[in-house]
Design a protein around this ligand. Structure first.
Ligand SMILES: [Zn+2]
Length: 570
């Protein structure tokens, strides 16, 4: 299955011919050679105006669902100041002939978090065209901390910066470090529950609930984009409905976003969607369902009914969207084979349950059942091991790991969990390609990475992330839009730019428009491709020729220019 993912059909094609199909009148003008002569071509001359940069002669996709126009983009002081025929009066003239020019991609569901302090350029993301990254998803964010913990650690450093308690301190560290892409974050419900209620399966008391709402309100005041839930994870899963609604009313008050990694994504996925919608309905919060999928073969038929639930909610007037990464394998920790009830408490307590014959039996039965539902051990890839001697398991499927270890499936899983102290990354090939098309083509869908910033260099280069961290957007545009023709290019680009910008209420990003921040891509549509694989994920995408972040030329011919990093906190 890894090989299946690796197959890239980078067929050469005539860009102009392609854009006739996709683009209508403007492209016809290009084909006939009458550049700038068609009515669809941008009008106006501003040659007297001096620009910092002119991106010339590209096919301009504005981020809206409309035909592209051939035009120049003028950038000054970090903003787009003209879209027209502009001449050459500038410091930096970039030839975009035969190239797609579009807004920088916005990844509304990422897990970058503190990785941006280690790889400040945003390496794996900027090379796939992402200029705005949103972290803190699935219930986890690198803040807030309790007053006690903050008191204890306030004189220590975290990634070289003063230990922070709240989102403002985290944002300060990013600003001081400087970042190559724009960044924003949700606050994770799991972190708030952890510091107020703890990690066990108990209801919050009224006082605790009040405290949770107060902490949430503070993070939103300080600029969090919303609240994220991770109801498949602890301790978020231990929250009660009334707790969720009370918190979401705070989110609604700020007109922020409510993102949810649902309680279930397989056998009870429809019930989980209904729960997510009900929480939005009762709180008034705007809903973004995270990485929507029907996992495991026995659930693949559910996608139409899942979409019906979502569209019925939308028709009833609810603000609801969903997102999805363009791959058929999910990525998680191998500890997902331990049932939630056995995952309470510290790592030490959880590991002890693997030793206790009574709890070990419960965990084994659950794990083997889950392996079977996923499609068997050949559908489970061990993506990263760290303990000495375990390198041989990295990049191998569970059936291969069993051969290496000489143990059965359960004993191999148990060995890996114990020797790695629960910290094992895995990929599960449990989704269907046809469903990916249906989901991504839905008008309410957005494209995401569900991944972090990585870099081939340094500590992060030693990890084994899902390839989506390097290639979601290039995979979507290259493999699914160009090769498999999921939809036309302007629609695809809108799902990566203006739709997430609208959900995030970004007033000046997500479109190529005068006055907007100059987050701009120049793409080679013939060659754009994700080349990262499950076995070798640390590979930059192809076809992202130029990236401008707030007007600064950050990638040139696919390489970092060495510029001062210009990303902003959004
Ligand atoms: Zn998630």
């Amino acid at each position: 299955m890894e090989n299946k993912e690796n197959q890239k059909s980078i067929s050469r094609r005539n860009f102009l011919k392609t854009s006739v199909v996709l683009g209508g009148v403007a492209s016809l003008a290009a084909v006939t050679g009458k550049a700038f002569a068609s009515s669809a071509v941008a009008q106006g001359f501003s040659t007297k105006e001096k620009f910092d940069t002119i991106i010339a002669n590209g096919m301009v996709y504005t981020g809206e669902i409309k035909a592209p126009v051939k035009a120049d983009i003028g950038i000054r002081n970090g903003k787009i100041t003209a879209i027209a025929k502009l001449g050459k009066n500038c410091d930096n003239w970039v030839d975009a002939t035969d190239r797609v020019v579009c807004p920088g991609f916005i990844d509304i569901h990422g897990h970058t978090d503190t990785n941006l302090l280690e790889a400040p350029l945003g390496d794996s993301k900027i090379h796939q065209g992402i200029t705005t990254d949103i972290g803190g998803n699935c219930g986890y964010s690198p803040f807030p901390f309790s007053d006690e913990e903050y008191e204890r650690r306030k004189n220590t450093l975290r990634f070289g910066y003063p230990f922070w308690q709240n989102i403002d301190g985290f944002y300060d560290a990013l600003r001081k470090n400087t970042i190559g892409i724009n960044y924003g974050s949700y606050v994770g419900h799991g972190d708030i529950r952890h510091i107020v209620v703890g990690d066990n399966d108990v209801a919050a008391t009224p006082e605790q609930l009040k405290m949770m709402c107060k902490i949430l309100d503070k993070q939103l005041e300080m600029g969090a984009v919303g609240l994220s839930f991770g109801l498949e994870y602890t301790p978020g899963s231990y929250g009660r409905t009334e707790e969720f609604i009370a918190l979401l009313k705070v989110v609604a008050k700020h007109d922020a976003l409510y993102a949810i990694h649902m309680r279930n994504e397989d056998d009870r996925v429809e019930e989980a969607i209904a729960e997510a919608i009900e929480l939005a309905r009762r709180s008034g919060a705007r809903l973004e369902i995270s990485h929507l999928k029907a996992q495991n073969q026995n659930n693949w038929h559910k996608v139409p009914s899942m979409l019906k639930l979502i569209h019925d909610a939308e028709k009833s007037g609810m603000d609801i969207h969903f997102d999805r990464y363009p791959y058929t394998a999910f990525s998680t920790g191998l500890d997902c084979f331990i049932p939630l009830a056995q995952r309470q408490g510290s790592s030490k307590e959880i590991l002890a349950r693997l030793e206790n014959p009574t709890t070990e039996k419960i965990i084994r039965e659950y794990a083997l059942g889950r392996v079977k539902r996923l499609g068997g051990p050949e559908c489970i890839l061990i993506a990263a091991c760290f303990a000495p001697g375990n390198e041989k398991y990295t990049g191998k499927y569970l059936n291969e790991c069993c051969k290496i270890s000489g143990k059965d499936e359960w004993e191999t899983i148990k060995y890996l969990l114990q020797s790695e102290k629960l910290n094992v990354n895995m990929a599960g090939f449990a989704m269907k390609e046809d469903n990916l098309r249906t989901l991504l083509n839905d008008p309410l869908a957005m494209v995401i990475t569900d991944g972090s910033v990585y870099s081939p260099k340094g500590r992060l280069g030693q990890e084994a992330p899902h390839p989506r961290s390097y290639g979601s957007f290039t995979n979507y545009i290259g493999k699914y839009v160009r090769d498999q023709k999921f939809c036309d290019l302007q629609t695809a680009i809108s799902k990566c730019t203006s739709v997430p910008a609208h959900q995030l209420k970004l007033k000046d990003r997500g479109l190529l428009k005068e006055g907007y921040c100059a987050d701009v891509l120049v793409i080679n549509y013939d060659t754009i491709a994700d080349v990262a694989t499950y076995g070798q994920p640390h590979q930059f995408s192809k076809g992202i020729d130029h990236v401008f972040v707030n007007g600064v030329h950050t990638l040139k011919n696919g390489e970092y220019t060495g510029c001062k990093l210009s990303g902003m906190i959004i």
